[in-house]
Design a protein around this ligand. Structure first.
Ligand code: 0O2
Length: 217
């Protein structure tokens, strides 16, 4: 076991180097593995919340959970946009959403229940909260974001790994996915009229979400 712990310490030393994915794909691979472990740890806990609500309250508070590791080119693009030095330590400190977990729920009120349950999970540190549900973004985007430090244990060494959690309703997810595709297709530059339309649809979706709460209670 001692040997493995030493290997992990060596990995920490490697993080001092420059980010060069092509030349140094092994370090990058190891790092992405560590992020994937943090996702697994968190998803297991969120799945337990889902099951608990089903068993104890006969309620599907979570429709589904998606996860993703940010693509290397997206990490680098985001670092360049933020004027970060291309080093591993800058990557870890500045890019909060390398590991992403998305929790999709039926109703708007479920977002806040799930959020409260996640922030109270023992051992997890809350780095940042962004409430785009109460105050949607200019684009119309709505979701609750949590930036968390999730503890993982590798070869008896505990590490805190940053994970972004997005909690949103099925309706918000529908809008975000269409809007993301529209932006992606046009390289991020959609026309003014298209953005206006998207904001209009986001408002309609928000009304629908509020209406569903009334029907359900
Ligand atoms: P992808 O492809 O989903 O990974 P910060 O680091 O806090 O300074 P950041 O990371 O831009 O700034 O934070 P923010 O605004 O909270 O957005 C983080 C993520 O939320 C985005 O990641 C998207 O997933 C989602 N998001 C934010 N705004 C929008 C929006 O207007 N439309 C859609 N569809 N999603 C949005 P990425 O890296 O941009 O993209």
């Amino acid at each position: 076991m001692e040997k493995h712990s030493q290997k992990l310490i060596q990995l920490n030393n490697l993080l001092e180097g420059n980010l060069n994915i092509e030349k140094d794909s092994k370090t990058f691979e190891k790092l992405m593995f560590i992020y994937s472990v943090a996702i697994k740890e968190l998803v297991t806990k969120v799945e337990i919340i889902k099951e608990e609500f089903k068993v104890f309250y006969n309620y599907d508070i979570i429709d589904h959970i998606n996860t993703r590791i940010k693509k290397p080119e997206s990490i680098i693009k985001k670092m360049q946009n933020k004027n970060c030095e291309l080093t591993y330590s800058q990557m870890i400190n500045s890019i909060q959403d390398i590991a992403g977990v998305r929790v999709i729920c039926p109703l708007k009120k479920d977002i806040f229940t799930i959020k409260n349950l996640i922030v109270n999970l023992p051992g997890i540190n809350i780095v940042k909260e962004k409430d785009y549900v109460t105050k949607p973004k200019k684009s119309g985007y709505s979701s609750y974001h949590l930036i968390l430090d999730v503890p993982i244990t590798l070869s008896q060494k505990v590490m805190y790994i940053r994970v972004e959690v997005q909690i949103r309703t099925m309706a918000m997810d529908f809008w975000a996915s269409i809007e993301h595709k529209a932006k992606y297709k046009s390289n991020g530059a959609i026309s003014k009229s298209a953005s206006k339309e998207l904001v209009k649809y986001a408002k309609i979706i928000n009304k629908i979400d509020d209406g569903f709460i009334k029907i359900n209670t």
